[in-house]
Design a protein around this ligand. Structure first.
Ligand code: FES
Length: 110
C-alpha cells in the first residue's frame, strides 16, 4: 500500500476502571478510531491521504481521547465522535482543527 500523507495515531490504551489516570478507551477512543476509519474511507481519503492507526498510551492522558498527527507532529485532544467529520474535512484540505490542537500548556499536564 502507498505511503499516506499523514498518519493519525489514536490512543486506545485501556486501564483498570479504578485507575485515577483514566484512559482514552474509557473516554471513547475505540469508537472515535472506528468512525475516523469509516469516514476517511467514505470520503475517498484512506488510500493516499491518511491512515488511522491504534496507539498505546501517548502520555497525554489528561487530554484523552488523544490523537497524534504525523508528520505534522501535533496532538488533538478531548476528541469526541462529534469532532470526527470536522477532522476528516480538515484532512481533505490539508488543514487541522485548531480548536482541538493541544497547546504547550495542555502538553505540560501530560
Ligand atoms: S491513555 Fe491515552 S494518552 Fe494515555
Amino acid at each position: 500500500m502507498a505511503q499516506r500523507e499523514r498518519y493519525l495515531f489514536v490512543c486506545t490504551n485501556q486501564r483498570a476502571a479504578d485507575d485515577p489516570r483514566g484512559s482514552c478507551t474509557a473516554r471513547g477512543s475505540i469508537d472515535v478510531r472506528q468512525a475516523l476509519k469509516e469516514q476517511l474511507t467514505a470520503a475517498g481519503l484512506a488510500g493516499l491521504k491518511a491512515r488511522i492507526c491504534a496507539s498505546s498510551c501517548l502520555d497525554q492522558c489528561s487530554s484523552g481521547v488523544t490523537i497524534l498527527v504525523e508528520p505534522d507532529h501535533f496532538f488533538y485532544g478531548k476528541v469526541t465522535l462529534a469532532d470526527v467529520p470536522e477532522i476528516v474535512a480538515a484532512l481533505a484540505r490539508n488543514e487541522r482543527v485548531e480548536r482541538l490542537v493541544l497547546s504547550p500548556a495542555d502538553l505540560a499536564k501530560g
